[in-house]
Design a protein around this ligand. Sequence first.
Ligand code: GUN
Length: 294
Amino acid sequence: MQVLTGKEVAEHVYARLEADCREFVHEHGYAPTLAVVLVGSDPASQSDVAVKNQAVLSVGYGHRDYQLPEHTSEEALLALVHSLNIDPLVHGILVQLPLPSHMSEERVIQAIAVEKDVDGFHPQSVGNLLIGHPGFVSCTPQGVMEMIDYYQIETAGKHVVILGRSNIVGKPMASLLIQKGRDATITICHSKTQNLTELTRQADILIAAIGKPLFVTKDMIKEGCIIIDVGINRVQDASRKRGYRLVGDVDYEHVAPLCKAITPVPGGVGVMTIAILMKNTMQAAVQLASEETV
Ligand code: GUN
């Protein structure tokens, strides 16, 4: 059984981006810059944003950090997004989700200029992905693809079963894997799927992205399959100083011995998400800079 660690893949991505960033600064006199907008003080979002900000600094990018109070109006947030859209020294815009309930996430996401949509959440980015046109792809599924390439996992003709139909992971994951050149056969399962185990046991590659701790058990898989666990769940653990530990959507301890390969949690797909966010920011900066010079 092979353990597919994300750290190793992410290190390659970061090493390349640091070099690309130095080259970009040398050529243009400014660094690729990501604006990160956080509304409110949700602890999970705050720590997620802190990790993103750290990554931005570590690769040498420029950085704009906006922390707005919970009661910020949607109009004020939209005004900030518009000002970032037209700021030539901002290349990527990320508005941390979830937003407070008095705001429409849909309206805010749609307000982000598609050429700065490094999250890949804008409907136009999603449409481009579906029809195989260039554009930004949601970071987690793109991170999974990067791992698939790095570990040379064959997808052509394979039956990939995806657990979860979210706009951020499940749907874009399926869109990536059905493209020509990837050529997988996809089944997407969700909370209303009947005979789930019958389907998951057919998977050559099982991608779990449902946010349910240890949901996939050993009776649900085919021996020799490859498992990619996108779940990052906190479960109470009094033996840990912080009172919890992180587990995936897969019961790793019992499932791993039966697999050909599996991603661990933590240390698997998680680190790839931010590495791809950095990659998308570089892509945005390069594209915007090339448009400037024509
Ligand atoms: N909240 C949790 N993950 C993400 C992400 O990847 N992007 C944004 N914008 N918000 C998030």
